[in-house]
Design a protein. Structure first.
Length: 325
């Protein structure tokens, strides 16, 4: 594996830098990418965001989030390097890099990372990719003790990543390193209350109705150890909203006493997408990988193209049942 110093050298030697993340980017992917984007610009580097996806509404408070608008999906011809953050395999990158002739740098914390970059830095001990980006920016001589608006905005991106990928510092992936970085970010006046309010207390009335509708049809399976939520496209159409990010919906499935695994499956134009969350020792990453997805032990995702909600449900539950036996 390469070192952060290797990556620093290549970044400093490059004239134009693209930055991207995994498809359906979550808070860590977006926060890490935008921290790096804004950090490199602060250091006078020519950097830009590449994204097939539109960054979700609850993350639009982050600086430069409006650039994740789904319009720039391939690197420009004069791009020297593309840095991919928080993405375990090439197929899940939210950018078309098939014809890219430059250098791909892969920065991630997923155990299942395929090491697809020319340079790879994968730290599986990091609670969030943001921990790595924080250390990378420090090595690039960005000073997190400087009191100015730019550093504050970069810190806000990083803190957002930490909050989202640790479940608000609840998950077992949290380490002393996580808290040390969070503490450094608080020292530059990052406003944790502002971040929490934007992430969790800023939903539209229609989104609350979607959550209620989804929970109302939740199923408990396998002796009440598994909660299942299905969201057909018709829910969004009925309420007049994009279904978008559903991490706040699946969390309700995991809050039930006795539930070990929460599964949320939403219908898409191409089939279905599933999110899996777990408590205690159940490894949902194993389930996801068997079905072509990936993620972490306690949080994973799967894209199931060409499948109906019911077909996707049956496939996932079949694999979960094997693990529960």
């Amino acid at each position: 594996m390469n070192s952060l110093q290797d990556i620093c050298k290549l970044i400093l030697d490059s004239n134009k830098i693209g930055i991207t993340y995994h498809v359906s980017p979550d808070g860590d992917a977006v926060g890490s990418a935008l921290a790096l984007l804004n950090g490199l610009r602060y250091l006078n580097k020519n950097a830009y965001l590449i994204s097939k996806d539109i960054i979700s509404d609850n993350l639009q408070f982050l600086k430069s989030a409006n650039e994740g608008n789904g319009l720039v999906t391939t690197p420009s011809q004069d791009t020297d390097i593309v840095v991919v953050v928080d993405c375990g395999n090439f197929e899940r990158i939210s950018a078309d890099l098939m014809n890219f002739k430059g250098t791909i740098i892969n920065i991630d914390h997923h155990i299942s990372n395929d090491k697809y970059g020319k340079l790879n830095y994968v730290d599986t001990n990091a609670a969030a990719t943001a921990e790595i980006i924080y250390e990378l920016l420090e090595k690039l001589n960005l000073k997190f003790e400087i009191d100015n608006e730019d550093i504050y905005e970069i810190g806000t991106c990083l803190y957002t990543s930490l909050v989202t990928d640790t479940g608000g510092f609840r998950h077992s992936n949290v380490t002393s390193r996580t808290h040390k970085i969070a503490s450094k970010l608080k020292e530059i006046q990052v406003n944790n209350t502002f971040i929490y309010q934007n992430l969790f207390d800023n939903k539209s009335f229609e989104k609350i109705r979607l959550i209620g509708k989804s929970i109302n049809n939740m199923e408990l399976l396998f002796d009440r150890k598994v909660s299942l939520i299905k969201i057909p496209k018709s829910y969004g159409e009925e309420l007049g909203i994009e279904i978008g990010d559903t991490s706040d919906v699946i969390s309700f499935g995991l809050q039930i006493k006795g539930v070990e695994v929460a599964v949320l499956i939403k219908e898409t134009d191409n089939g279905a997408k599933a999110s899996l969350r777990s408590k205690n020792d159940f490894d949902v990453r194993k389930i996801a990988e068997k079905l072509g997805g990936g993620g972490h032990i306690k949080a994973a995702g799967i894209t199931l193209n060409g499948m109906s909600l019911e077909e996707a449900k049956n496939k996932i539950l079949e694999e979960i049942e094997k693990e529960l036996l």
